[in-house]
Ligand binder design. Structure first.
Ligand code: BGC
Length: 285
């Protein structure tokens, strides 16, 4: 019942607006692509004409469904299981992608987890787990992608840039989040990692940007939206008065990966219905 309330939310995301063919001939890798934001990015990239590697850790069936959806839309896709926090697994994944697709043009650095704990009770294991996937995982994948972008260079018929990396970060790269210190630290780290890589590789015509989502309807935050009470509590933080849908992020990933965004690098794009606008100040202050 409570789920229906959210499913029939009249303020849902608008209908699909992907431009078909925008990414034709490009090869994309999306990490954590069998659910939530990663899944939406993979499907939207596929619809825009890119061939896609659907990375996942757990959930073969869900990964297969994403692959089938992309293939039924006319692009190529295959699933690849790898833990992004493990260097050998990441390197094996990039090797396989080169064998299968020849190269990589677009990396969506999405895989991430949230493991909450009161700060004084946060174990080192819980800290390392979140930093390992959310930050080190993005580093390992970005490094392999940049190596390949530099090796290959620009192929003008494919794209005017040598490669694009899109880091999926969070509003919590700037909004502090008590009870989630490991998560906020990982996303704050992603911001300066992204900007530093962007600065270093811009002369190679490689673009690196982040998307910073607010509250998006995904499994990571079900408790924040799956009852009417939770949903209206969440809306006190969202001036635009609706939860985000994974496709809101998927569409931006297509734009950032395309040559339409060619002069964008080192940017943080907040897609959050105004969550970063200090909503408490609409009437206070
Ligand atoms: C978190 C969600 C949260 C959202 C807004 C995201 O990065 O993963 O759990 O709802 O930020 O606070």
């Amino acid at each position: 019942m409570s789920k229906l309330y959210c499913e029939f939310d009249p303020k849902r995301a608008p209908a699909d607006k992907t431009l078909p063919g925008l990414l034709k001939g490009q090869k994309a890798l999306v990490t954590g692509a069998n659910s939530g934001i990663g899944k939406a990015c993979a499907i939207e990239l596929g619809k825009a004409g890119a061939d896609v590697v659907v990375n996942y850790v757990k959930g073969d069936e869900a990964a297969k469904e994403v692959v089938d959806t992309i293939i039924s839309g006319g692009s190529k896709a295959f699933a690849y299981q790898a833990d992004v926090s493990k260097e050998d697994q990441v390197q094996a994944m990039f090797k396989r992608m080169r064998e299968e697709f020849g190269t990589i043009d677009i990396l969506i650095n999405n895989a991430g987890i949230q493991k909450d704990s009161k700060f004084t009770e946060m174990s080192l294991d819980l800290w390392n787990l979140v930093i390992g996937i959310n930050l080190t995982g993005q580093f390992l994948c970005a490094r392999e992608a940049v190596r390949e972008f530099k090796r290959r260079g620009v192929i003008p018929e494919v794209s005017v840039s040598a490669g694009k990396i899109i880091c999926i970060s969070s509003v919590h790269d700037v909004i502090p989040w008590g009870g989630h210190v490991n998560y906020a630290a990982s996303k704050g780290g992603v911001m300066l990692m992204m900007k530093s890589i962007a600065q270093e590789v811009a002369p190679d015509r490689i673009r690196v940007n982040s998307i910073c989502p607010g509250a998006i309807r995904t499994p990571i935050n079900t408790a924040a939206w799956d009852t009417p009470e939770a949903y209206s509590e969440l809306m006190t933080l969202v001036p635009y008065q609706r939860i985000g849908e994974p496709e809101d992020i998927g569409r931006m990933s297509v734009f950032l990966a395309s040559d339409m965004a060619d002069y964008m690098t080192g940017a943080n794009v907040y897609i959050d219905g105004g969550m970063t606008l200090y909503p408490g100040f609409a009437s206070g202050g």
